[in-house]
Design a protein. Structure first.
Length: 453
């Protein structure tokens, strides 16, 4: 049995949904179909989820949002018309969306969760109706009824372990199960959503729960690329990579697959296959536990901007017991999570996403560092880009760091920091944001221009 998940762009129009149908019915082992809400039809279009969020915000403020509601209704109505499903389906969807929008707004967080989830929920009903009409045995399954119970963290739900046993029973359902992605229910029965793009997470949970042989994730690119195609034109496609490699790449800007979504599949050792709905015969990318190393040391290069470093130095820091703990405790008090902590004997930098740090927090943190840690120097550097080179192959090869450092030199980009410590499969480089693209190009030339994959 396979679990197959389709992203929003694969479900954005009648034409796309026909491709989805062809893909599902071409392989009888595709048992569970997870769907996102309808996504963008073109680059300047708006996703249904974003329209719903806009609507909910208006309802909370003004009690109505007629124009936006009309746009959402029209999107579902035109999908239903394109697919030729019975007219009453569009009527039911319209009614459901209006009911949710007119629901209880006394707790805005709860209200927002219910509205956000209605995009996936109604789309799953529509897809199930369409499959049935095409003669396929298929039914919509509600996550609550199926037993997908999650923690009560709005917009960041985590699956609870007890869900898996109940969800296993999906195997026994007749025909194809059409399951809405992106949300589950807390133990009180309220809707709670995963983080954005969370339908990937639903698919992975279900793959684990039904002990699927494969989790197929259909999106709108042929494969995971070895580098961001917006930076390097026509980069190499990656055929196979390990969960660890994918995790490291996804963290620094590879948006193809949600990083949290790897966990359930990884725990059950289920391979994840990334494929393109618009080109299903392309081989795609397979994410596995272990792979044969057929390429050079590096499988992918990822980069992301918007980081800042908090640098502190204190003479004899290395002898001071508890210094790191106290420092991190202060960051914890401010609710900051960190990405990396490169350190020397008397200095330490903490790299964080700078969106977490406004000027007020910055000042308060500096004050506490000075008072409680008695540091000699503190420096905050904003607008950093982190560049990661990732590959299982670098463990066994010598000279990878030298090659990378040379590439930075050739590109004329100054390295603000390097971290090649704990992770065996990645090296991290910090540069000022304006140097990011030149550095990524140089690294790509270094590691990919001559190797055969
Ligand atoms: N529709 C949701 C979002 O836009 C979830 C998803 O597409 O996976 O974030």
């Amino acid at each position: 049995m396979k679990v197959i998940k389709f992203g929003g762009s694969s479900l954005s129009s009648g034409e796309q949904l026909k491709k989805v149908f062809d893909i599902v019915q071409s392989d009888p082992s595709r048992k569970v179909v997870v769907v996102s809400a309808p996504g963008k039809r073109s680059a300047d279009d708006i996703k249904i989820t974003d329209l719903l969020i806009g609507c909910a915000e208006r309802f909370i403020r003004e009690g109505a949002a007629d124009e936006l509601v009309g746009v959402i209704e029209d999107r579902f109505a035109s999908l239903a018309a394109d697919l030729g499903v019975p007219a009453e389906i569009a009527v039911q969807i319209r009614k459901n969306i209006l009911d949710v929008l007119n629901g209880d707004r006394s707790n805005p967080d709860r209200y927002m969760e219910a509205v956000k989830a209605s995009g996936e929920d109604n789309n799953a009903r529509l897809v199930a109706a369409y499959f049935q009409q095409q003669g396929l045995e298929a039914s919509y399954v509600n996550p609550g009824e199926a037993g997908l119970i999650v923690s009560d963290e709005p917009g960041n739900a985590q699956v609870l372990p007890e869900s898996y046993e109940k969800l296993y029973e999906l195997r026994e359902r007749p025909g194809i199960v059409v399951f809405p992605g992106f949300f589950g229910y807390n133990s009180q029965g309220d809707v709670v959503t995963f983080s954005r793009s969370g339908s990937d997470i639903t698919g992975s949970i279900l793959a684990n729960a039904i002990k699927a042989e494969l989790y197929e994730n259909f999106t709108d690119v042929d494969a995971v690329y070895s580098v961001n195609p917006n930076i390097v034109k026509n980069p190499r496609e990656i055929r196979e990579l390990t969960y660890r490699e994918m995790r490291e790449l996804a963290y620094a800007g590879f948006a193809v697959f949600h990083d949290e979504a790897l966990i359930p599949a990884f725990r059950a050792g289920i391979p994840v296959q990334i494929k393109n709905t618009n080109n299903p015969s392309a081989p795609g990318t397979r994410i596995v536990q272990e792979r044969a190393s057929t390429n050079g040391p590096v499988i992918g290069i990822a980069s992301d901007t918007g980081f800042c470093s908090i640098y502190v130095s204190k003479y004899l820091m290395n002898r001071e017991v508890g210094f790191g703990r106290k420092l991190l405790h202060i960051l914890e008090d401010f609710g900051l999570s960190y990405e990396h902590v490169p350190s020397g004997i008397d200095d330490l930098s903490v790299i964080i996403r700078q969106s977490q740090l406004d000027s007020e927090k910055e000042k308060a943190i500096m004050d506490r560092f000075k008072q409680e840690l008695q540091v000699d120097e503190i420096k905050i550097t904003r607008d950093l880009a982190l560049i990661m080179i990732v590959g299982e192959g670098m463990r066994k090869r010598v000279g990878t760091m030298a090659r990378a450092a040379n590439a930075f030199g050739r590109a004329g980009v100054n390295l603000e920091m390097i971290n090649q410590g704990s992770s065996e499969v990645s090296m991290m480089f910090g540069v000022k944001e304006p140097g990011e693209k030149a550095a990524v190009h140089a690294l790509y030339d270094e590691f990919f221009s001559s190797v055969s994959v």
